[in-house]
Write a protein that binds this ligand. Sequence first.
Ligand SMILES: Cc1cc2nc3c(=O)[nH]c(=O)nc-3n(C[C@H](O)[C@H](O)[C@H](O)COP(=O)(O)OP(=O)(O)OC[C@H]3O[C@@H](n4cnc5c(N)ncnc54)[C@H](O)[C@@H]3O)c2cc1C
Length: 354
Amino acid sequence: MGREIFIIGGGLAGWRAAEAAVRGGASVTLAANGPGNSPDIHALNCPVLPEDSVEKFIEDTMKSGRYQNDRALVETMCRESLSLKDEFDFDGTVIRPVGTSVPRCVSIRHAIGAIAVKGIKDRLKGRVTVERRTVSADDVLALRAADPAVKIIIATGGWCGKYDFSDNPSYLKGDGLVIARALGAAVRDVDEAHVQYEPTVRIEGPRRGIPVITTLLYEGARLLTPDGKEFLEDARLNKDELSRAILGIGGTAIYDLTAVPEEKIRECNMDPDERIIKVAPAPHSSMGGIVIDTRCHALDDGGRIVPGVFACGEVTAGIHGLNRLGGNGGTAAMVFGAIAGREAALEVKNEKES
Ligand SMILES: Cc1cc2nc3c(=O)[nH]c(=O)nc-3n(C[C@H](O)[C@H](O)[C@H](O)COP(=O)(O)OP(=O)(O)OC[C@H]3O[C@@H](n4cnc5c(N)ncnc54)[C@H](O)[C@@H]3O)c2cc1C
């Protein structure tokens, strides 16, 4: 099999790109050094309820991002998310992530990330060359020197794995940003202000480093000080506000699930006997990265398209502003992964025909 498109990253964004590129008639190689964060995606945003709309979805995303988001990217994501309704057999659960005006987070058995990636891999069996390895900037430069026509899609996820205490695997440390710079693409917002902390990550026991979902705050869960006192009037805040509140009481809290109905805990794939959990905020998602346009072309420092280079998923900048709305990591990976694959394949086709 030849290689017209080289995708770096085997999370949801990378696999969505692979599927769209294969549909577009291109030959694809995908290289990845692990599954990334995507198998942990419980649910993602898609405006399915009658009281919801693309406009409300855009406004919630912009508001959550403190209006620092790239509006064109947000509009593309929210509009294109509608097509996910027809692509996936959601199971009817629609949860409300903290900071949204209406319930919008949909799932399939609280495991939509793992289910979506598996579905794509099954459909593409034998049609994509898969390499299990770490790709460096030098590797990509060598590949382009050998074949200048090859299209590169960078889908390497975020960089939160570089922190000692994080809910990300340690290999997610921002390699895609180095690769992008080597190829001439711009990166922005790669700083602490664009790291989203998950407020409620277990700090002890065998599940240390695994978050407890914040939507349970809508189901009767409470956040308490380490000695069991209330410290918030209303805990249903954005993730960054909750994290700051916990840091304000010394950095750790008790997540008390005693009032949450057992079925709600089971729905989240949690043990119903685990009711009192010690938690702390931990780096969770990065919101800065490669600068792209709405067709996932990587842009250079002057805002010009870098020929043949695309990026999608958590490695990109601009979609989430200063605070990612819960559920938008999955939606962004789905929507922009598909766009990157489609656009790269279109470029291959156009070049062949010209
Ligand atoms: C615990 C947890 C739970 C989450 N739950 C949700 C949720 O319920 N809903 C939601 O919307 N979002 C959620 N998120 C965020 C979401 O998981 C991410 O935004 C999304 O998975 C990003 O997808 P991606 O494909 O861009 O990156 P990833 O899925 O992280 O994939 C990155 C890929 O790049 C590969 N890679 C990186 N560097 C290299 C390299 N140098 N060479 C080769 N391969 C490389 C990795 O191995 C991996 O295959 C959660 C995040 C975490 C940590």
